[in-house]
Design a protein around this ligand. Structure first.
Ligand SMILES: Cc1cc2nc3c(=O)[nH]c(=O)nc-3n(C[C@H](O)[C@H](O)[C@H](O)COP(=O)(O)OP(=O)(O)OC[C@H]3O[C@@H](n4cnc5c(N)ncnc54)[C@H](O)[C@@H]3O)c2cc1C
Length: 286
């Protein structure tokens, strides 16, 4: 199918985008990589009145480390998140998660701002953002505000952006002394995951001092597995504990049941991924 009629504006400055958002509000749909929006328009599930294209807007594509945070401009492509030396050096789990998105052609277009804004519960990057307790920066003519992931990602395909706001960057705190990893199971390489886990662990003297575990693809938004983290605190991550943590995760998570996988299978995947990721993180520390 072809999309319905719409007005197209190829913005060339941030001010132009913000002025249009301020004047037209809900009538504007922002176009970033187009990898979710264009298929939705072709199916007429999205029918924008005015499409404001962000691809020629300067200043939205940098990657840098500022004040202990990795700041990634909204228009940075998933392919760059996966390969940029600043990302691979400071947050390899994020780079790995980005490499799971679709195929090279899709990663070359997909932007981090579009991916997080789209709030697909099966997307890898919102889960990684949740694991790092990251945030997004929203800009409008009224000013700028930082919103934590928990407030920004509301539920399936829903975020808390106001109609006149633009996501300008996504920020991940770098956590010294912590090791993070991301892994997932998908039906085929490049497919959305049936379940994925982003795990972070802080170990000193062989004992777990901190843990953060987030599941993706199991609910309407990333799920923080607090029960697993609490169970792990103060313990040594030996084989028996890791096995037990997988069991705790399986019991803690309530997982969707749909055409792709049953709830029971997703719960089993969560437990298995926890075992796999934590086992690998312990090996890396040796
Ligand atoms: C075959 C295929 C496989 C895929 N596999 C995966 C996968 O495995 N994992 C995964 O996570 N994704 C996957 N995707 C989706 C892809 O990553 C999308 O591109 C992504 O979800 C949206 O990013 P985008 O830059 O393309 O945004 P767009 O499609 O341009 O926009 C998506 C939404 O975000 C809004 N938006 C965009 N930028 C901003 C901004 N700066 N501020 C505010 N709102 C904004 C848009 O208005 C729109 O509502 C796949 C897509 C395809 C076609």
């Amino acid at each position: 199918m072809r999309p319905g009629a719409f007005r197209y504006l190829a913005a060339t400055s941030l001010d132009e985008v913000l002025e249009n958002l301020s004047e037209l509000g809900d009538e504007v749909t922002l176009l970033a990589g187009g990898q979710s929006l264009i298929p939705l328009m072709n199916l007429r599930l999205a029918r924008p009145e005015v499409l404001v294209d962000l691809n020629r807007v300067p200043g939205l594509a940098g990657i840098d480390l500022v004040d202990g945070e990795l700041r990634i401009g909204a228009m940075v492509r998933a392919a760059d998140v996966a390969s940029d030396p600043i990302v691979t050096g400071s947050l390899p789990a994020l780079a790995r998660a980005a490499a799971f998105i679709g195929h090279p052609q899709i990663r070359n277009r997909t932007t981090i701002g579009g991916n997080i804004s789209h709030a697909d519960p099966s997307s890898e990057l919102p889960g990684v953002l949740a694991a790092f307790e990251g945030s997004v920066t929203l800009k409008s003519l009224r000013g700028e505000r930082r919103v934590g992931w928990d407030e920004f990602i509301v539920s399936t395909f829903t975020n808390s952006r106001e109609a006149d706001e633009l996501v300008v960057d996504v920020r991940f705190p770098v956590r010294p002394g912590w090791s993070f990893a991301y892994d997932e199971v998908a039906p085929r390489h490049g497919d959305y995951p049936l379940a994925g886990i982003c795990a972070g662990v802080q170990i000193s003297d062989g004992i777990v001092r901190g843990m953060r575990l987030v599941a993706v693809g199991v609910s309407d938004r990333p799920v923080v597995l607090t029960g697993v983290a609490q169970f792990a605190l103060g313990r040594e991550l030996d084989a028996a504990t890791i096995k037990e943590l997988g069991k705790v995760g399986r019991e803690e998570v309530s997982a969707n049941d749909d055409a792709h996988a049953s709830s029971e299978y997703r719960k089993w995947l969560v437990g298995t991924l926890i075992n796999r990721i934590l086992g690998n993180l312990v090996l890396e520390q040796r």
